[in-house]
Design a protein around this ligand. Structure first.
Ligand SMILES: *Cc1c(COP(=O)(O)O)cnc(C)c1O
Length: 361
């Protein structure tokens, strides 16, 4: 038997073993068709069933009402940085951004190309160690929307409550924490996520958008950059990434099987607590990057006393079979990404390794 890697990659990231096995069983012969799923027409009954199943699973897991559309796009979360202002930022309005890390910076950069923007709050000064207090977010009356990044993959911070704003849609980049916990979709006008952290392989981006925001969108946009194209055609205007959506449907089925978002949240909390406890009990040997009340359950970021010790830790971790523990190239240090599919046992192995390293050093 092959041993699965101790995979803490930030994205693309580990997928549930059960999902990979199921895909493997169906690889050559999907539903007795004599074809693989990616060899079929995207207009076939077989593919359409997969496509619609993925949409309905997302709807039921996230309790999404009929006021919203669930769309599948390509271009990653990064294309949404452009599409959101192109579709939703109209003349005379101002797009508001909360800056909590590199991804929100990039989202703002694209919005500036489309129209007027404002910074509603920022924790850049503190080195992106925290999420702003909800009271510190300022919106002007001409706000088109408020954009935030629910989990900051690179810095390891996460929103634990969201602003409740009347009359201004809240938009969230949930690429690295979608489906990690229950969510009240009604707080948002739009949420989006590239699939490669919690949803499946890269190649498909999920956008969940309030229907009334679509009807207001600009019709002069290029067809493929207009949300209306996707909503009017069940995300089948052109060829969708069929293999990625198939794997997404299997991941969603897996989430349902293990008990849905409440069960996932319980598991994620336990996994994150194990690592944060080791950091907190290490007496400063491991230094967490995020402030305690802003800590992410998905990406645990930490440093050791100096670069030399960090490098030694990462080298020994690598030699012991741990994958993906290097911090993002822009931040350095260490990062353990512990998305939904990272098994609890693997997290406990990491904690044991950290403890042993601390005692020996
Ligand atoms: C990974 C990530 C992105 C980038 O996603 P792409 O699909 O590569 O464009 C954007 N935002 C967040 C929060 C991420 O974690």
């Amino acid at each position: 038997m092959m041993k699965r890697a101790l995979n803490f990659n930030a994205g693309p990231a580990t997928l549930p073993e059960a999902v990979l096995k199921k895909a493997e069983r169906n690889w050559l012969n999907f539903n007795n068709s004599g074809m693989a799923i990616m060899e079929m027409s995207h207009r076939s009954k077989e593919y359409e069933a997969v496509h619609n199943q993925a949409i309905s699973s997302l709807r039921s897991l996230l309790a999404i009402s009929d006021d919203y559309e669930v769309l599948f796009l390509q271009g990653g979360a990064s294309l949404q940085f452009s599409m959101i202002p192109m579709n939703l930022l109209s003349e005379g309005k101002v797009a508001h951004y909360v800056l909590t890390g590199a991804w929100s910076d990039k989202a703002l950069k694209e919005a500036k190309k489309a129209g007027k923007t404002a910074i509603a709050a920022s924790t850049k000064e503190g080195g992106y160690r925290s999420i702003p207090k909800l009271d510190d977010i300022t919106l002007s009356s001409d706000a088109a929307y408020l954009h935030l990044t629910s989990n900051n993959t690179i810095y390891g911070t996460q929103w634990h409550a969201f602003p409740q704003i009347k009359n201004t849609p809240v938009i969230a980049d949930m690429s690295s924490d979608i489906l990690s916990r229950p969510l009240d979709m009604n707080q948002f006008g739009l949420i989006y996520a590239g699939a490669q952290k919690n949803l499946g392989p890269s190649g498909v981006t999920v956008v969940i958008i309030r229907k009334e925001l679509i009807s207001e969108s600009h019709t002069q946009l290029p067809t493929m950059l207009n949300y209306h194209t996707y909503s009017a055609n069940n995300s089948l205007y052109n060829t969708p990434p069929t293999l990625a959506i198939y794997l997404l449907s299997l991941v969603l089925e897996w989430v349902e099987e293990i008990g849905g978002l409440e069960a996932i949240q319980k598991e994620n909390t336990e996994k994150a607590k194990a690592i944060y406890d080791e950091i907190d009990e290490s007496g400063g040997f491991f230094i967490g990057h995020a402030e305690k009340d802003s800590r992410s359950l998905m990406n645990v970021t930490f440093n050791l006393a100096n670069d030399e010790l960090s490098a030694k830790f990462l080298n020994e971790a690598k030699a012991s079979g741990f994958v993906g523990l290097n911090g993002h190239r822009s931040v350095g240090g260490c990062r353990a990404s512990i998305y939904n599919a990272v098994p609890k046992d693997h997290v406990f192995e990491l904690v044991q390794f950290m403890r042993k390293f601390r005692v020996n050093n």
